[in-house]
Design a protein around this ligand. Structure first.
Ligand SMILES: CC(C)(COP(=O)(O)OP(=O)(O)OC[C@H]1O[C@@H](n2cnc3c(N)ncnc32)[C@H](O)[C@@H]1OP(=O)(O)O)[C@@H](O)C(=O)NCCC(=O)NCCS
Length: 248
């Protein structure tokens, strides 16, 4: 299974709106909150560039405006090309002026999430994490604690995006097993990605358990990119983490 992702920052986004689909222009004009407009444009831009690179198409406005990212009823992004469903599955996240889009063949359910590394309260840990995750957090050194928390939270959001519930679901219904993680200490964002295929479906004790394998990484600090940067290929499999969802 090949999963790719692309990262862009606000400065990468074309200032004109000529790359947006007509229906996207209508949605944009209806948005009143400047930050929402900026995040939304950045997410669309990143997703369209990811799709262009995935198809090996030039990232000309005339191709980009033929692409449309429509929200499903759940809010999950769905990709259309020339007004038809595209043969690709995507997930979008934005955080602090950066966005990522994970992309894979249609049929692969994807979730990705960018999360800022910052101190969290004990109440946050108590309320949102499973006992097994709390044990992982307790074993993590104080220096790496904010990174571990950001990664676990980011992986949870990724998995909940795969399930399309988002935070409507109890975050403890998804259990993240981070495996062995090596932290680098110069990053301020955590990135996690997970992808699920039907191969991972199994029945255990009356509950359906979906295992998703994924990968997480710390992206490099933002930097100026060329107009169409290469996609990063995420090898989803033995490395990384395995969120397990129970009873969903
Ligand atoms: C999905 C959710 C977890 C995203 O959380 P976030 O960290 O704030 O935002 P991120 O930048 O990481 O992700 C946002 C993107 O997730 C995607 N997304 C939204 N809902 C999604 C869902 N149910 N499933 C998968 N992806 C979803 C969208 O592409 C969205 O970006 P866009 O609106 O610009 O297209 C969160 O919005 C959520 O839980 N939504 C469901 C609950 C809800 O509708 N709440 C209403 C506001 S209180």
């Amino acid at each position: 299974m090949n999963v790719y992702w692309l990262e862009q920052t606000e400065v990468d986004v074309r200032s004109e709106d000529d790359w947006l689909h007509a229906s996207e222009l209508v949605r944009l004009r209806a948005m009143r909150v400047p930050k929402r407009r900026t995040d939304w444009r950045l997410g669309r831009w990143t997703a369209k560039l990811a799709f262009a690179a995935y198809l090996d198409l030039p990232a000309h406005s005339r191709f980009l405006m033929d692409m449309e990212i429509r929200p499903a009823e759940t809010g999950a992004p769905e990709l259309y090309f020339a007004d038809k469903p595209a043969d690709a599955s995507i997930s979008i996240s934005h955080c602090g002026g950066r966005a990522i889009c994970a992309i894979a063949a249609s049929g692969i359910e994807l979730g990705c999430d960018l999360e800022r590394i910052e101190p969290r309260t004990d109440a946050f840990i108590a309320d949102y994490f499973t006992d097994a995750e709390k044990a992982v957090i307790a074993r993590t050194s104080a220096a790496n604690n904010p990174r571990m928390l950001a990664l676990l939270w980011s992986a949870k959001e990724s998995a909940l995006k795969v399930l399309q519930t988002g935070l409507r679901a109890d975050t403890r219904s998804v259990m993240v097993n981070p495996g062995n993680i090596l932290f680098s200490d110069d990053e301020n964002c955590a990135l996690s990605m997970c992808a699920v295929t039907l191969v991972g479906l199994s029945k255990a004790g009356g509950n359906t358990t979906r295992r998703s394998s994924g990968r997480w990484s710390h992206p490099r600090p933002p930097r100026r990119r060329s107009f169409l940067p290469p996609l990063t290929r995420a090898l989803v499999g033995p490395v990384g983490f395995e969120p397990t969802t129970n009873g969903l």
